[in-house]
Each structure stands twice: as C-alpha cells, then as structure tokens.
Design a binder for this molecule. Structure first.
Ligand SMILES: C[S@@+](CC[C@H](N)C(=O)[O-])C[C@H]1O[C@@H](n2cnc3c(N)ncnc32)[C@H](O)[C@@H]1O
Ligand SMILES: Nc1nc2[nH]cc(C(=O)O)c2c(=O)[nH]1
Ligand code: SF4
Ligand SMILES: [Mg+2]
Length: 242
C-alpha cells in the first residue's frame, strides 16, 4: 500500500480558521512543504525539528487512528500540513473518508494541484503575502481556482490571506480583486508563535484583530469579505495538536 507522511492526527476540535470556522473536525497534518514562510506556525512540518514525529501511514491506518481518537463523534476531517497538495497518495484517504460519509476540508497555499482536490468539500487556498518571504505563482493559483470552480462551483473554495503589515494588506486586496467571486477571508497574523504567555498573546492578537477590522470597514474596495482571527489561538494559544 502507498504511504502518506503524517506529522500528527488530532481531534475532535474546532476548525479555528476560515470558511468553516467553528466546525467540529478531526485534523490530519501531513509532513513537508514546498514553501518556508517566515512566520509559519507549523514549521515543524518542514524544518526538520519534527522529523522524529513523522509516520509513514497507509490511508487505512489513518482512518483507523481517526476512529480511535474520534469514535463515532465526528463527520468532518480537515487535512492540513505542510502542504497536503504535495501528496498524490492522499487520494486513498479522500476515498475512504467519502465512503464513510465524512466531509473533507483541505488547507493549502495554492502552489500545487492534485486531482483528489475535486472530491474535497471545502478547499481553503491561502496564497502567501510578502511578509512570508514567498512569491505567489499566479498562473498556478489561477489554474487551481479555475479547475475547482469549473467542476464544483465557487462555494466549495475560499481564499484566505494572512495579514501582518500594510504590504500584506495590499496583497490581500489584490488577490480578492483578482478573484472577486471566490469567498474571501482576511486572517490576523500571529507574530509570536512560540510564546507560552497566552494571556499576553491573546490580548495582543485581539488588538491586531480590531485594527484589521477597522481598516477593512473603512475600505470601500473591500466589500464582500470576512475578517477573522485564528480562533484556536485565542482559545489555546500556541499549543500544538488542538
Ligand atoms: C500551517 S498552514 C498549512 C496549510 C498550507 N501550507 C497553507 O499555508 O495554507 C495552515 C494555515 O495557517 C496559516 N498560518 C500559518 N502561520 C500563521 C501565523 N503565524 N499566523 C496566522 N496564520 C498562520 C497559513 O496561512 C494557512 O492558512
Ligand atoms: N483548531 C485548529 N484549526 C485550524 N485551522 C487550520 C489549522 C492548520 O494548522 O492548518 C488549524 C489547527 O491547527 N487547529
Ligand atoms: S505554506 Fe503553509 S505550511 Fe508551508 S511554510 Fe507557509 S504557512 Fe507553513
Ligand atoms: Mg495552524
């Protein structure tokens, strides 16, 4: 059987970000990323620091682990990473989840295509702003959006841009104006992904959230958009596996 590099499997928890925020879900986090964002809150998936945790698992083994952790108490699984869209073998997991009536969400940055993305209920595409140090290939991004849009319609996709500074904000705007029919989310960037002082972190992030809200509210070019924090960070801080 073909294997999938798995960093962690956890849940049930709530989806803390984006289009299905609040949704009860299990998480499967794959290892490996084609990006290396400056502020990545999951750098352990690609920077070598988590390599002892990586398990090569078959789709069946992942399903067994999801059932062991979540029992019959879940109907949604979110696949994140790293970049899960690097992994062709996820097609087996997507198939098993569908056979079992489980809804699927995926988090990816929109740099790679896989055919199994057609079978995902909610694809969150999160192109990276300048502060990440990464450069968006808009040709690839457009291809991915066009494929999903043509097959499944635009309500199964969303664009989510993390904002840290003014340049990121302008980038977010550019992305939204380029794909105006795709549900669009701005997300507050967490600029301290290592602190254990949750009280301080939460009040800091809430202030940043308020500033981002104020900015968007005053901006006539951003109309049909949603502004969100990372809800899981407000509840659990930088804790892993939640
Ligand atoms: C860890 S990434 C994994 C999936 C995929 N590689 C991606 O970036 O979309 C999951 C989400 O977390 C966001 N993210 C990562 N680091 C963050 C941070 N420090 N603050 C806010 N959001 C962050 C990413 O932009 C992405 O939307
Ligand atoms: N609760 C929770 N919600 C999330 N939404 C996106 C996450 C991610 O790291 O991809 C994430 C995560 O790690 N935890
Ligand atoms: S694309 Fe996602 S996982 Fe990869 S480095 Fe950036 S935020 Fe982290
Ligand atoms: Mg995360």
């Amino acid at each position: 059987m073909s294997k999938i590099p798995v960093m962690e499997i956890f849940g049930p928890t709530i989806q803390g970000e984006g289009m299905v925020i609040g949704q009860k879900t299990m998480f499967v986090r794959t290892a490996g990323c084609d990006y290396s964002c400056e502020w990545c809150d999951s750098a352990f998936t690609w920077d070598g620091s988590g390599k002892e945790l990586i398990r090569q698992m078959t789709a069946e083994e992942i399903w067994t682990e999801l059932k062991r952790l979540g029992g019959d108490g879940f109907s949604f699984v979110t696949i994140s990473g790293g970049n899960p869209a690097l992994i062709r073998n996820l097609e087996g997991l997507v198939r098993i989840l569908k056979e079992n009536g489980i809804q699927i969400g995926v988090e990816t940055q929109g740099s790679r295509w896989q055919d199994w993305l057609y079978d995902v209920n909610q694809v969150t595409i999160s192109p990276k702003p300048p502060s990440s140090g990464m450069k968006t290939d808009f040709t690839v991004l457009t291809e991915i959006i066009d494929k999903l849009n043509a097959r499944n319609g635009n309500q199964h996709i969303s664009l989510k841009v993390v904002v840290f500074d003014e340049e990121d904000y302008e980038y977010a705007k550019k992305v939204h104006l380029r794909y105006p029919t795709i549900p669009f989310f701005l997300q507050v960037g967490n600029d301290d992904t290592t602190t254990k002082d949750q009280t301080k972190l939460v009040s800091h992030l809430l202030k940043k959230y308020e500033r981002l809200i104020n900015k968007v509210m005053a901006d006539e070019e951003l109309q049909n958009v949603k502004v969100l924090p990372q809800l899981h960070t407000l509840v659990w801080g930088n804790k892993r596996g939640v």
